[in-house]
Design a protein. Structure first.
Ligand code: UDX
Ligand code: UDX
Length: 433
């Protein structure tokens, strides 16, 4: 396979994974980030995000001379004798005040590099951006000899490297066929099916997929509530549904609501773009409303479990991250539930295997500790908010002797209720009989 000279701008979850994985496929990659401290750490071979396999790829790529770092996009595209053939945009596209994606960072990078890119270079948008951004980026660049391609990422945090190296599909969109093929060829070693389409359709795929996943989860959470009211068991119901290959077993776990830095943002953004063209996409709106409601339902459940009033109640939280396998707190449903518990007067101590004491980003509502028994101490209830498998293996007998009341509210249906009961706890799940 031939290798390309690639610049990746934005060395966050998406960009760093993309850069390190492309280097592992044999390409020569420079990752740029405006965060000087981050660049310094990366140059010394250290990754601060919790992403299995990423640090190994980083160290290997650097040792092989295929991965380097730059403190700006300008620097990345100006390395002498290494003209950039493909430039990936992996900068944030946060949700603006209206719910629409904020394209400021994408536009800023486009302006920074537009006069520096060699002729024939391809700019690839990997950030999740509204339909039409490839076209807008092309206009911002103002270069007829530089194509803009949309190549959405489908990486899940906590398994981003695995997802990159074993993708279900590669989606590449561009109105110039040769540019799309050039980008698809970067991944040829992976042997994944490639969907080559126009830029607008490729941009739409990402929103369509993430929004579908969020609707699947809202559906399951609403179903869990219905099961509770009707005396059915959601675990059996979803298992029974999931065997239908058209539905599948994945993404059928009820929880405290879905979160993270992508699903909520993309779902809001899809609603916005639909509204922008006069379409009332009420299905998507209902999915968002169901998600908000889910958090409230969990708080109600916890309040009932401690006797009907949260004021002054000591609650131990197990899990703070938005899902297991990551330390990421952005858009965490656990923190949303915590904020509401706090607002109702509960006193919160939280433990998360990925989140050390004193980590920035946790609300003042929670005192973070580095041991589950400290979270359990004197608690009127323990609440599982993130589905870390290690919570299953906790010494529940030992915990039963430090809590004030032996009550566990398991918003993830994670724990083995028999083990809990044997340890003297009453276990309250979601949608379970
Ligand atoms: C982000 C977006 O949230 C997502 O929608 C998009 O698909 C990809 O980029 P993520 O990688 O998780 O996802 O973001 P983050 O971890 O915040 O990383 C972004 C990086 O870009 C940060 O390291 C930041 O320092 C850097 N950055 C930001 C730049 O280098 N230049 C900028 O102008 C802005
Ligand atoms: C998501 C998409 O899955 C990925 O394809 C995209 O590129 C980025 O956004 P990620 O944000 O890492 O990935 O999280 P994901 O694994 O999708 O989980 C999102 C939320 O749904 C989490 O809060 C998680 O706990 C919740 N979830 C997931 C459930 O509540 N139940 C499930 O069965 C699955």
């Amino acid at each position: 396979m031939f290798s390309r000279r690639i610049a990746v701008v934005g060395a966050g979850y998406v960009g760093l994974t993309t850069g390190a994985c492309l280097a592992s496929l044999g390409h020569s990659v420079v990752c740029a980030d405006t965060n000087v401290e981050k660049v310094k750490r990366l140059r010394s071979g250290r990754v601060t995000i919790l992403e299995p396999g990423l640090e190994k790829l980083l160290v290997e790529g650097m040792a092989a001379g295929r991965l380097e770092f730059a403190a700006s996009a300008r620097e990345a595209v100006s390395v002498p004798d290494k003209p950039v053939e493909v430039l990936f945009l992996c900068v944030p596209t946060p949700m603006g005040a209206t719910g629409a994606a904020d394209l400021g960072p994408v536009a800023a990078v486009a302006r920074e590099v537009r006069d520096l890119l060699p002729s024939g270079c391809v700019v690839v948008n990997k950030s999740t951006v509204p339909v039409g951004t490839a076209e807008a980026t092309r206009r911002l660049l103002g270069r007829k000899d530089v194509a803009v391609v949309s190549n959405p990422e489908f990486l899940r945090e906590g398994s981003a490297v695995e997802d990159f190296l074993h993708p279900d599909r590669i989606v590449v969109g561009c109105d110039a066929q040769d540019a799309a093929e050039k980008v698809a060829a970067l991944y040829s070693k992976l042997g994944a099916p490639a969907v080559l389409t126009d830029a607008a359709s490729a941009e739409m795929v990402k929103y369509a997929a993430n929004c579908f996943l969020s609707m699947k989860l809202s559906y399951v959470n609403a179903l869990a509530e219905l099961c509770e009211r009707l005396g059915a068991d959601v675990a059996d119901v979803t298992e029974g549904m999931g065997y239908d290959r058209r539905i599948g077993q994945a993404f059928l776990q009820p929880g405290p609501g879905w979160g993270g830095s992508c699903l909520p943002k993309d779902t809001h953004a899809l609603l916005q773009v639909a509204a922008g063209v006069g379409l009332d996409f009420s299905l998507v709106a209902a999915s968002l409303a169901t998600n908000d409601r889910q958090r409230t339902l969990m708080v109600d459940k916890i309040r009932t479990a401690v006797g009907g009033d949260l004021a002054g109640q000591q609650i131990g939280l197990l899990g703070l991250a938005f899902k297991a396998g990551t330390a990421d707190l952005r858009g965490s449903p656990a923190l949303a539930v915590a904020a509401e518990l706090h607002a109702q007067g509960a006193v919160l101590t939280g433990y998360d295997p990925g989140v050390p004491e004193g980590v920035p980003g946790v609300t003042d509502a929670v005192r973070v500790v580095d041991d589950p028994s400290m979270a359990a101490k004197d608690a009127a209830a323990l609440v599982v908010l993130t589905e870390w498998p290690e919570f299953r293996a906790l010494d529940w007998r030992a915990l039963s002797s430090v809590v004030a009341e032996r009550v566990v509210v398991d918003t993830r249906n994670l724990l083995d209720s028999d083990v809990l009961r044997r340890a003297g706890f009453s276990w309250i799940g979601v949608g379970r009989r």
